[in-house]
Ligand binder design. Structure first.
Ligand SMILES: [Zn+2]
Length: 157
């Protein structure tokens, strides 16, 4: 491989293709375990830094604050709070949805980051920032190790 500076871009070798079709997103080691825990145990896990006590959700391999390797995983439980939310009334193609869908960033106590997911079993008028919500998982035989193994989050009483 040459490390010479490229001064003539048209000389670069290239392949024609469709970005959407050719692009494969991999979960990474921490992501795979995160979804496996959701599928097999119905647990939302975070990775905890034993040096600075920061907890990350979704989990990652290294602490962004102190660069320690994150090997300790903690169960965050099923309950979180709505950090922010939006209400979708049209789909990705611009067609009106039969009923609005509420999407929220859900934070978990003591953890940084969060999960973006749907809020169900309520209406947009009732949803508020800081509202307490709980993850509702699909039945275990329907889970596929994806974020959609969580059906939605619903407000807790
Ligand atoms: Zn750390």
């Amino acid at each position: 491989m040459s490390l010479d500076k490229i001064t003539n871009p048209p000389q670069l070798r290239h392949w024609l293709g469709d970005m959407e079709a050719d692009y494969i997103y991999t979960l990474g080691v921490a992501g795979e375990r995160f979804f496996k825990e959701i599928k097999e145990n119905g647990r939302i896990m975070g990775a905890k830094c034993t040096c600075c006590n920061k907890i990350y959700v979704p989990p990652r391999m290294y602490c962004e604050k102190c660069f320690s390797k994150l090997e300790k995983w903690v169960d965050l439980g099923k309950k979180g709070i709505i950090h922010t939310f939006t209400v979708a009334t049209i789909d990705v193609d611009g067609n009106k949805l039969e009923k609005p869908v509420i999407y929220a960033l859900i934070k978990f106590e003591g953890a940084c980051g969060g999960i973006i997911h749907k809020i169900g079993e309520t209406t947009p008028e009732k949803v508020k920032i800081d509202m307490k919500v709980e993850a509702i998982f699909k039945p275990s035989h329907e889970r596929k190790a994806s974020i959609n193994d969580i059906q939605h989050f619903k407000p807790t009483a």
